[in-house]
Ligand binder design. Structure first.
Ligand code: SAH
Length: 371
């Protein structure tokens, strides 16, 4: 075994890779060729990159590598949803989910090992937090899935959309997420149109503005409540960035892109935020924005005290939004038999925040109280 540290080329977007090639004493267009090998052909062995000269191939073999997170598990749901557990280091693993639909295929990508935000209804939150993923670990998820699915950007596109809606809060890992999204949108990378790459945030207001400055992607915001008291209970980050501030940032983001709208995710939880009155409040709140609502019926996980509302409550909530002119599809639950649905992603998190222990303790207490 050699102890040479090789540069992982998955960490770079096009600009970074060109710089790296310049630093190697090579012409920047060589970087473009290598990107095509990596992302269009899924080739990770430099010796197979036949349009590069022999000495460059040799140089790359010695100094660089193309290394994605290691697939530990690959599960397929009865409905075609597929989930990978990807090892990021000896203690941790994240999850990536592919959701095929008749006209599109969406890949749900993680941005952190665990999550530090502690949203009450999310199983990733209950697991605690370990660290940010590197940009190579983020784009590596797309690379692994793309390879496994036989995705061809020009011939047979299996991944038509990427959503940063897996484990973690992407805006708390800003630079790495932006760099990985650059590769998703680059023609030499996965070639996705900007509107087909979506970043979902729990509401990191200052970072929403920064995102608007540097990246042209679709924005989704996890709202879940139409008043501050309830939102703070469900999404503790709301204490720092309350609804008004959040919606102002959304308006600024939308103003940069004419004809675009912001998607508001609203997880419907029985007797918590699913009453008609709350739907009407939501309508009022969103009136000033180009908004779309994504209704997500709560997906249960072990230890949670929340429940999914009955179908009638979901339909009634949706109807109120629709009648007010808001597009509000109910997100179909996909892959629940393999725990791949929204808020069910867990991976393996070596928790450094002690939150998972607190969650288990509280769960224990609630079960004892109930008994
Ligand atoms: N941290 C980011 C990215 C996660 S996206 C964010 O909060 O937006 C995942 C989406 O699923 C979020 O809207 C989240 O609030 C929602 N979600 C989390 N747990 C859920 C659950 N148990 N059931 C349904 N939706 C859930």
């Amino acid at each position: 075994m050699s102890d040479v540290v090789r540069t992982n080329l998955l960490q770079f977007d096009r600009e970074g890779l060109r710089k790296y090639f310049t630093h190697l004493g090579e012409k920047p267009f060589r970087a473009d060729q290598v990107m095509k090998w990596i992302y269009h052909q899924h080739v990770s062995d430099f010796s197979a990159m036949t349009d590069l000269g022999k000495s460059l191939r040799q140089k790359l073999t010695e100094s660089a590598e193309i290394t994605a997170p290691r697939p530990l598990f690959d599960q397929q749901s009865a409905d075609g949803t597929r989930k990978w557990l990807l090892g990021t280091d000896s203690a941790n693993a994240v999850e990536t989910v592919y959701i095929p639909e008749p006209n599109r295929g969406t890949l749900c990508v993680s941005s952190q090992v665990g999550c530090a935000l502690n949203c009450r209804f999310c199983s990733t939150g209950a697991q605690g937090f370990n660290r940010n993923l590197s940009s190579s670990e983020i784009i590596g998820q797309v690379w692994i899935a793309s390879k496994a699915l036989g995705n061809r950007t020009h011939l047979q596109r299996r991944i038509t959309n990427v959503v940063m809606m897996g484990m973690g809060e992407p805006l708390l890992n800003f630079d790495n997420v932006v760099r990985a999204m650059n590769v998703m949108r680059d023609d030499l990378g996965f070639g996705l149109a900007s509107k087909r790459v979506t970043l979902s945030t729990a509401g990191m207001v200052p970072m929403i503005d920064r995102l608007g400055e540097v990246a042209d992607v679709s924005l989704a915001v996890s709202l879940h409540a139409a008043d501050d008291a309830l939102r703070t209970e469900l999404v503790p980050l709301n204490r720092k960035y309350p609804i008004e501030q959040l919606l102002d940032a959304c308006a600024r983001y939308a103003a940069r892109k004419p004809r675009s709208s912001i998607t508001f995710e609203y997880t419907l939880i029985k007797d918590v935020n699913d009453h008609p009155e709350q739907a009407r409040k939501l309508v009022k709140l969103l009136r000033r924005l180009p908004a779309k609502v994504n209704l997500i019926p709560f997906n249960p996980f072990p230890g949670t005290c929340y429940e999914r509302p009955p179908v009638e409550a979901i339909t009634q909530f949706q109807k109120i939004l629709n009648l007010a002119g808001l597009v509000a599809p109910v997100r179909r639950t996909r892959g629940s038999d393999i725990d791949a649905a929204c808020g069910q992603l867990r991976g393996q998190v070596f928790d450094r925040t002690r939150r998972s222990a607190m969650f288990r303790k509280q769960m224990h207490k609630e079960n004892a109280d109930a008994a």
